[in-house]
Design a protein around this ligand. Structure first.
Ligand code: FES
Length: 152
């Protein structure tokens, strides 16, 4: 035999818990702040080449997509490719070494993080403005004759 008052209380408690959980989820997904991300190549971040068939090298970008004096941020791959001078391409992790946000811009010789305004040199990833204290990790790339840029 069940007590109807007790059953009703359980239902109310369960509904309250569901409301709290939903509120917490909404709070996590509702902000527009850039979020820290995991480092490329970590278990939580599949590598860019992981989806390519065995033996095939997946192009990250075309050389023509990377402006001289600028760069291209590859959000999915968590990489940034720069071209400091004509024909000189560099690639770095796009994960800021301060708190893990993705960098979002390459301009005026720096790779910039939107979270706390750290800046890194587009030539070697070195910190030019904190709060970050460590360089961006450089990745080896190749530029094929057809202009495809791939991880080496
Ligand atoms: S996470 Fe990039 S400056 Fe703080």
């Amino acid at each position: 035999m069940s007590d109807p008052t007790r059953t009703a209380r359980r239902t109310v408690l369960a509904a309250g818990a569901a409301t709290l959980a939903g509120g917490a989820l909404a709070a996590c997904g509702g902000d527009s702040e850039p979020k820290p991300v995991s480092e490329p190549g970590s278990a939580a971040a599949p590598s860019a080449a992981a989806s390519a068939p065995a033996g095939a090298v997946k192009a990250l970008a075309k050389a023509t997509e990377v402006p001289v004096g600028g760069g291209k941020v590859l959000k999915d791959e968590k990489l940034v490719i720069t071209q400091p001078t004509a024909g000189e391409y560099r690639c770095f992790s796009a994960v800021c070494t301060h708190s893990g946000c993705l960098v979002n811009k390459v301009a005026d010789g720096t790779i910039d993080c939107p979270c706390h305004d750290s800046k890194f040199k587009d030539t070697d990833g070195a910190v030019t403005k904190g709060p970050a204290t460590h360089s961006l990790t450089e990745k080896k790339i190749t530029v094929a004759a057809d202009g495809n840029i791939s991880l080496a």
